[in-house]
Design a protein around this ligand. Sequence first.
Ligand code: MN
Length: 713
Amino acid sequence: MNTIRIQDIIDKILEVRKNADIESIQRAYVYSAAMHAGQVRLSGEPYLMHPLATAYTLAEMRMDEATICAGLLHDTVEDTAATLEDIKLRFGDEVANIVDGVTKISQISFESKEEAQAENIRKMILAMAEDIRVLMVKLADRLHNMCTLEFQKPHKQKLIAQETMDIYAPLANRLGLHRIKLRLEDLSFMYLKPDVYSQMTDWLESNRTAEQQYIDKITGLLREMLDDLGIKGEIKGRIKHKYSIYKKMVQQGLTLDQVYDIIAFRVIVDEVRQCYAMLGQVHAAWNPIQGRFKDYISMPKANMYQSLHTTVVGPGGERFEIQIRTRDMDYLAEHGVASHWIYKEGGRIKGKDAKQFQWLQELLDWQKMESDSREFMRSLRFDMFKDEIYVFTPRGDVKELPEGATPVDFAYAIHSKVGDTCVGAKVNGRLVPINSPLENSSTVEIITDPNRHPSRDWLKFVKTARARTRIQNFIRTEERNRSVTLGREILEKQGRRLGVNVAKMKDSELAELAKDLFFKSTEEMFSAIGYSRITPRRVLKRFLPKAEEAAGVVEENKTENAEQARRSEGIVIKGVDDVLVRFAGCCNPVPGDPIVGYISRGRGITVHTSDCKSVAKMEPERLVPVYWEGHEGKPYPARIHVLVRNVKGVMGKVSSLLADHDVNIDSGSLRSLVDGKTEITLTIEVHDAAHLYQTLQALQKLDVVLEVNRITS
Ligand code: MN
């Protein structure tokens, strides 16, 4: 970047607004220069170059005078003797508030933990919602920092570039600041993938002449088409940005010389109907590639972007992209939606503009809900990165979702209640599983059942932060409730083994126990036992010397009625939906198996089969009796070994027998042994132990099968 002078900024402002308040800009410049006097950047340049560059970018973005002043002053409070009070006095509340917002979010330490960074991002979202101009200054500031990143230490370069790629480029995109977004992406790309970047630069450089000839040729043909239609228009041809090319390589698994559409054309006309006329002409001359045509004119993007996009097969068989739009649309695409309304509302998002900023409102809601900062960062990256799709409700309302979103995401986008009770979906009238990715412009109808609720499995496929957060909140509440009942049960059953009758204790006695152990309530004590943060023995310690003698007696009495005793001592396992219960992967118990529970620290109960080898190695203190109840016929995984003769079609025989017995194969592997035998290891899904053993018996009867075993450790 060339050295920027204050006069360059003033000229830029006057280009757009003849009567702009230049005096305030000049004062801000003088003040900033005085405050930063003597400071130098890592590059060795005077520090003042940085606020000047930031302000210049803001002038290019056609921001108002307050924002440009704030750009000039944005580092004074943080890095110089200047105070916010002083800025308020000299430049007014508006400028001071923007500077304050920028100062609050610029204290990011790149070495800091993910949590600390998440906190900073939260602050940024809050400041943005207060006044969106804070983000404009931050983006301009970041752009200059990226331009001068070469002077930072290498490991910092990577961290800053990664953050720019994850957070700032997507935010610029959301605001429709296309040019800034592309520059931020290419600069980050250069530091994140230096090898690929320089390879690409060399490659593009060595093909430069051919590329330019190609651009000239296609531009000429497009010009003829416009002439045929009698339309006056502008045609621009360019090599795509490096990061866009790289994304294409990764997405489609291509090498550099396999990426054909590295060149893009833009046709700019005066009227909307001319856009469609030109599109018709282009499609008549060159075949469009299926699935690449997008009509953002009739369906603008969330950031208001409008244009027709198509990719065609050109005269020599090469693919290239053409964008067709009007002058107004082009202006908006270049400068973003911000420049339109920033004067009207003074940075606040109000009225009809608010709708374009629904994403900001959602970010705001969700940063309040999501307390886990790792999760917050993860979803933030995910949500902002994705391309959007547009799907319709049966009434014709449009919902914007990230690519790959499922009916569950859609259901949560309508209302959290709809999401919570979603059981199925119809896409364009056809029933689909709730985890199937939605296609652009489908109509989606959600089927709900008031008795159903979110499942942990949904987290594996949902794509929106909104859905993810709601589901997690639901599970957390469930877990908490369950931990209380589970904790009470564990205390009662383990108490019985230790000779303490907890069931007979009064509420006041329990409350006293809780208080002595510094719990806020009895519930909290139960919850801690449920999560295994404290053992029943510790809770009941004061009763123990006497009780442990009595324990022997209890053991002896146990024989009277086996079933009754089991029920009174065991903890009820409600099956796969039981939130604080998990099934051990070593032995894969299924309903009907004799089982035992292991109280694992902080995670509730892990259920093993009674004969599982790992149980023998566990602390006996933490084992509890458990029994099955109400498993609702849901599938459970079980692992089996099948030893077969190595003949043709043997796998087909095994799998069709399993299908006949209503058994799904989840995964499997084959191993050839010597002497013409093959060992098949399968993970299958069964309803219960009876189902499993019937299946094993049937397998045993197959002529090709030599031996069948269940794997239980
Ligand atoms: Mn700065």
